[in-house]
Design a binder for this molecule. Structure first.
Ligand code: XMP
Length: 516
């Protein structure tokens, strides 16, 4: 299958480059920008992209690609830092701009070039850089300029080396997708062969070969990733060899366990192990109100329950399935993009079972080459309902971090009822898919109100709805006041324990998305 190799120098946009190219139907692989490029690696790809970077090429410790890349047999496109790198490494000059250029910037084509086929003479590009090309490298020409005559795109006179100062991968860049498609299809001659069906076929072969006649166990959380992983494994392996385990912590949303069970049964699950551990979790959390302590208790209890339940299955020599995504590998700093930071380690429970199975070489990660949107596409192809594939993220500790302070079964029930009204209303008002994540929080605050003629001393529910791309930053969703008022009224009418509803308008940062 044709693919493009991306050398990652740490830009916030590296993943976006990979996703845009995949959207065009060509597979992408990201590796650390300064890694030694063995001929087998280069030979396996039809083109190379040098990513942007927070560094400046003139810094002593700036990351640099293996020089072989400039003489490799396939075309190379440098984006932002990548273009400056190319310039610097071929004897040109790069200098710091007096002011960083950020946002839309007009670009004019200086000559006809395959990279700009089908692109207007002038267009609005997206820039994000503090340095610019001052003097071209040997044998390079300018093929596009900005409105203040700074090189916006360059091309080597005899080799297939190209550079753009702007970011074609950012959706605000006019003709950005076209420019990337020109590089990938016309310059690198890739065929659009990357489809989810192809992925299923490839994974089927790999996984069948690895697992052989053994059993496979997958823990299902009810989230998109593990459900899609389950659906895929049930399709690939004989269903009687696939064991799916779901631990009901008692901190799940309303109807969650019933729905997950029904979906997995419909997919042909033969060995579905639903572990009811509500009492274990609530007992362990009794009297605890400090958020970090609650998180630890939930994480530890999860491991205990899991170990016991797995031992109870009596499986020998089995493989363990994991719903790891391509971005999880990057975030944990494994394998790809070594400049990427470890971002969410506190979210991932270090399970001894996973570590043991990893040491044995018996982990199967059927989604580990996919981005989240691709996982959703795969889920649809496997016949999962939209209510599963389009579901908002849900944190591992569940309602444990959404009932603030001390937990009880009653409080979880109240929150489940509020959250269900909120989410059902978002769906019926056509708002759910516009929002990245929405949920309710039960505050440990009671306040006075009136119901009929009676004084009521009820709990306070907070609603949270945010827009985001990856959960790292978030903005409040701007509801119409009418929607908020109507949803608030429904909640206080239907859940008598709630006396007051508030809407959280904080962005992240400084707040986080969850309250604990
Ligand atoms: P915060 O609250 O850190 O959340 O802004 C960012 C995103 O991560 C989710 N989240 C978690 N996910 N285990 C998870 O699997 C966790 O412990 C956890 N804590 C937060 C949160 O729901 C949001 O989508």
């Amino acid at each position: 299958m044709d693919s493009i190799l991306i050398l990652d120098f740490g830009s916030q946009y590296t993943q976006l480059i990979a996703r845009r190219i995949r959207e065009a139907g060509v597979f992408t692989e990201i590796v650390p920008g300064d890694m030694k490029l063995m001929p087998e690696l280069l030979g396996a790809h039809r083109g190379v992209v040098l990513s942007g970077s927070p560094h400046s090429v003139y810094e002593a410790d700036a990351p640099r690609p293996d020089p072989i890349v400039y003489n490799c047999p396939v075309p190379v496109l440098g984006i932002c830092y990548g273009a400056q790198r190319m310039t610097w490494d071929s004897g040109g000059k790069v200098q710091s701009l007096p002011d960083r250029e950020y946002g839309r910037r007009p670009v004019k084509l200086a000559k006809t070039h395959a990279l700009f086929a089908g692109v207007s003479e002038s267009f609005s590009s997206w820039m994000s850089h503090g340095d610019s090309i001052e003097q071209l490298g040997a044998d390079f020409s300018v093929i596009a300029v900005t409105d203040n005559n700074i090189p916006a795109a360059i091309s080597h006179n005899s080799k297939a080396l190209y550079g753009v100062q702007f970011h074609p991968e950012v959706s605000h860049c006019e003709f950005g997708s076209r420019i990337l498609a020109n590089f990938v299809f016309d310059i690198c001659n890739c065929k659009a062969e990357w489809t989810m069906q192809r992925y299923i076929d490839e994974e089927s072969e790999l996984i069948r070969k690895r697992v052989g006649n053994n059993s496979l166990l997958l823990l299902i959380s009810g989230g998109v990733d593990s459900t899609v992983a389950g659906a895929l494994l049930l399709k690939i392996l004989p269903p009687e060899k696939v064991h799916l385990m779901y631990i009901d912590t008692g901190l799940m949303r309303k109807r969650e366990t019933v729905e997950v069970t029904a979906i997995l049964e419909k997919l042909g699950a033969k060995n579905l192990h639903i572990i009811d551990a509500e009492k274990d979790f609530l007992d362990a959390l009794h009297g605890k109100s400090e958020p970090e302590e609650k998180r630890h208790i939930i994480g530890d209890m999860f491991i205990q329950v899991q170990e016991k339940a797995v031992a109870g299955l009596g499986l020998a020599d089995y493989f363990l399935g994991q719903g790891t995504l391509y971005t999880d590998l990057i975030e944990s700093g494994k394998g790809v993009g070594k400049k990427a930071q470890v971002i969410k380690s506190h979210h991932n429970v270090r399970s001894p079972l996973v570590e043991k199975k990893r040491a044995e070489g018996r982990i199967v990660e059927p989604l580990d080459r996919l981005y989240k949107d691709e996982v959703r596409a795969l889920g649809r192809l496997l016949g999962l309902p939209e209510s599963v594939v389009g579901r908002h993220p849900f944190p591992g500790p569940g309602l444990g971090v959404r009932v603030l302070g001390e937990l009880s079964r009653e409080k979880c029930d109240i929150l489940r009822a509020v959250d269900d009204i909120f989410i059902t209303e978002l769906r019926s008002r056509g708002l759910y898919d516009q929002i990245w994540q929405a949920f309710a929080v039960l505050l440990p605050v009671r306040s006075v109100g009136v119901a009929g003629d009676v004084r009521r001393y009820g709990w306070t529910a907070a609603l949270r709805a945010v827009s985001s791309t990856d959960g790292m930053t978030a903005d409040v969703h701007e509801f119409s006041m009418k929607d908020l008022r109507e949803i608030s009224a429904l909640i206080t009418n239907r859940v008598p324990e709630i006396g007051r509803v508030v809407y959280d308008i904080s962005s992240k940062p400084p707040a986080t998305i969850e309250w604990e």
